[in-house]
Design a binder for this molecule. Structure first.
Ligand code: WQD
Length: 333
C-alpha cells in the first residue's frame, strides 16, 4: 500500500516525503513542477537512500491522474498540490479557482474510482481571516480575504460535504500557520520561483545579497513592536504533523487541526533572531502595510497535542539556521 503525495516536490511536500520515507512508508509523488524542480526527487533520494516514484502530472490532466492510481495501490493521499501566492491570487482568481478546486475534484474522482478513501488536506490559517482574538482555536469563525484563502476554505467545505455524503471517507484538514526553515542537509527548503512573497525566503535572499534589503510591511500594527506577528513553525515539525495525522484517518469523518507552535514572533524579532543566529546583517526599510495583512495570528495547538500526540519541537534559532544553510547551498538558476 502506498501514500500519494500531491505537490510532493514542493516545500512542505518534499519535507513530508522525507519524513514518511524515513518512517518506513512507501511514497509516490505527483507534481506538475509549476513551483518546484524535478531535482528535488534526487535530493529526497540523497537524504533517505530511497527514490520515490515520481509522476510529472497535473491534477487538471484527468488521464494523467488516473494513470497514477491505475499503476499503484494507493491507500491514502496527502494533498499539497495547489497555487499558493496570496497576492497573485488577487490578480488571477479564475486560475486559482480552477487549479486548486477543479484539481481537487479530479483527485477525489480518481480516489473514489480506486477505492481510496483517506485524505489529508493542506489547509491554512488563512481560513481564519482576521481573528477577533489570539491564540486561534479550530472552532473559530472562518472567513477569507483573498482568492487563495477562499480556495482553501472551499476545499475544506467540499471535503466536509463529501464525508456527509459518503461515509467511506476519512479526512484530516490541517491548518498550517507559517512554515519556515529547511531540512538539516540543506538540500531541500523553501525555494519559490521569482521574488519571494513570504518573509523568510525574502530574508535569506537579502542575506545572500540577491536582494538589496527587506521591506517591512508596516510598523504601526497593534502589536508589541508594531510589526506583524505570526506563528512560525519549523517545516520539519510540520512534516511530522502529517505523519501523526495519518492516525486519525482510521476514524471516518472530518478531523481538523491547527499545526502551529502556539507562539507568535514579530517581523523585527525574526530579523533579530536571523542576524544573531547566522551572524549576518539584514538591512531593512519600513514600507507601507501590505493589502490583506492582519496584525497578529498564532495558533492554539492543544487539540493536535491532545488527539494526535503531536507538538512542535524545534525552535526559532533552528528555523533561522536551517533556512540560511539551504539558501547558501542552493544554486538556484
Ligand atoms: C509574514 C509576516 C508580513 C514579507 C501567508 C499565507 C499563508 C501561507 C504563508 C502559503 C507578515 C511580513 C512578509 C516581506 C514583510 N501561505 N512580511 N516583508 O502573509 O502570514 O501567510 O504565507 O502556504 O496561507 O497567508 O506570511 O511570510 O508573507 O508574512 O514584512 O517581504 O511578514 O507583513 O506580517 P503570511 P508572509
Amino acid at each position: 500500500m502506498s501514500i500519494l503525495i500531491t505537490g510532493g516536490t514542493g516545500y512542505i511536500g518534499s519535507h513530508t516525503c522525507v519524513d514518511f520515507i524515513k518512517k518506513g512508508l512507501d511514497v509516490i509523488i505527483l507534481d506538475n513542477l509549476s513551483n518546484s524542480r524535478a531535482e528535488v526527487v534526487d535530493y529526497i533520494e540523497q537524504i533517505t537512500g530511497i527514490r520515490p516514484k515520481f509522476y510529472h502530472t497535473d491534477l487538471l490532466d484527468r488521464e494523467g491522474t488516473k494513470k497514477v492510481f491505475d499503476e499503484n495501490d494507493i491507500e491514502s493521499v496527502i494533498h499539497f498540490a495547489g497555487l499558493k501566492a496570496v497576492g497573485e491570487s488577487v490578480l488571477k482568481p479564475v486560475e486559482y479557482y480552477r487549479n486548486n478546486i477543479v484539481g481537487t475534484l479530479n483527485l477525489i474522482d480518481e480516489m473514489r474510482a480506486h477505492n481510496c478513501f483517506k485524505i489529508v488536506f493542506s489547509s491554512s490559517a488563512t481560513v481564519y481571516g482576521k481573528p477577533k482574538t489570539v491564540p486561534i482555536k479550530e472552532d473559530f469563525p472562518l472567513s477569507t480575504t483573498n482568492p487563495y484563502g477562499t480556495t482553501k476554505l472551499f476545499i475544506e467545505r467540499i471535503l466536509e460535504d463529501l464525508c456527509v455524503a459518503d461515509d467511506r471517507f476519512s479526512v484530516a484538514l490541517l491548518r498550517y500557520f507559517n512554515p519556515i526553515g529547511a531540512h538539516e542537509s540543506g538540500l531541500i527548503g523553501d525555494d519559490p520561483n521569482g521574488i519571494p512573497n513570504n518573509l523568510m525566503p525574502y530574508i535569506t535572499r537579502v542575506a545572500k545579497g540577491v536582494l538589496p534589503h527587506l521591506n517591512v510591511f508596516g510598523n504601526d500594527y497593534e502589536t508589541r513592536d508594531g510589526t506583524g506577528v505570526r506563528d512560525y513553525i519549523h517545516v520539519i515539525d510540520l512534516a511530522a504533523g502529517h505523519y501523526s495525522a495519518l492516525k486519525c484517518l482510521e476514524e471516518k469523518g472530518v478531523h481538523i487541526y491547527n499545526l502551529g507552535t502556539g507562539r507568535g514572533y514579530s517581523v523585527l524579532e525574526i530579523i533579530e533572531a536571523f542576524e544573531r543566529v547566522n551572524n549576518v546583517k539584514i538591512p531593512y526599510i519600513i514600507a507601507p502595510r501590505r493589502a490583506g495583512d492582519i496584525a497578529e495570528c498564532y495558533a492554539d495547538p492543544s487539540k493536535a497535542a491532545y488527539e494526535l500526540g503531536w507538538k512542535a519541537e524545534l525552535g526559532l534559532d533552528d528555523m533561522c539556521r536551517s533556512a540560511w544553510k539551504f539558501e547558501q547551498l542552493n544554486t538556484r538558476k
